[in-house]
Design a protein around this ligand. Structure first.
Ligand code: FES
Length: 145
């Protein structure tokens, strides 16, 4: 094991063994987001009962950081009320993974955005107003490697 990885052990674990991958055929909310620079895409499926996220699955075509953050965010929101899930930021996901290299921080935005997009879809399908604002995906000069 001489190779130095820029990723934490947790990132590597979630990258090698992603949790909650796949689709939910009868999902209550589906969100698809893409990273405009690298073209990576994440799709998230939510099953919601009484405002609680009872199941979540995802499909991500992307880099190791995108895959690991997708996997981690599904673990963080599963079983949580929507109100709690909405408090989860991309930074919190990155922290839960033991940190990400600075140049890969933007990859974690995909996970947060996919969650919000799926919740937006859920509220729209329910015919209810979306109770949160969408966030702009900003790269802030970071390079997508
Ligand atoms: Fe595109 Fe990570 S999300 S390089």
């Amino acid at each position: 094991m001489a190779e130095q990885s820029p990723y934490s052990e947790k990132v590597m674990d979630h990258f090698m063994h992603p949790r909650n991958t796949g689709e939910i055929p009868d999902a209550d909310g589906i969100g698809t987001v893409g990273n405009a620079i690298c073209g990576d895409v994440m799709k998230m499926f939510l099953k919601i009962e009484n405002d609680v996220i009872v199941d979540v699955k995802f499909k991500t075509f992307g880099c190791a950081a995108a895959l690991a953050t997708s996997s981690m965010v599904t673990e963080m929101v599963k079983g949580k009320p929507i109100s709690e899930a909405l408090k989860i930021t991309n930074k919190a996901v990155a922290e839960a993974l033991g940190g990400l290299p600075q140049v890969k921080m933007h990859c974690s935005v995909l996970a947060e955005e996919a969650l919000r997009s799926a919740l937006k879809d859920y509220y729209t399908k329910q015919g209810k107003p979306v109770p949160f604002e969408s966030k702009e995906h900003k790269h802030e000069g970071e390079t997508c490697l």
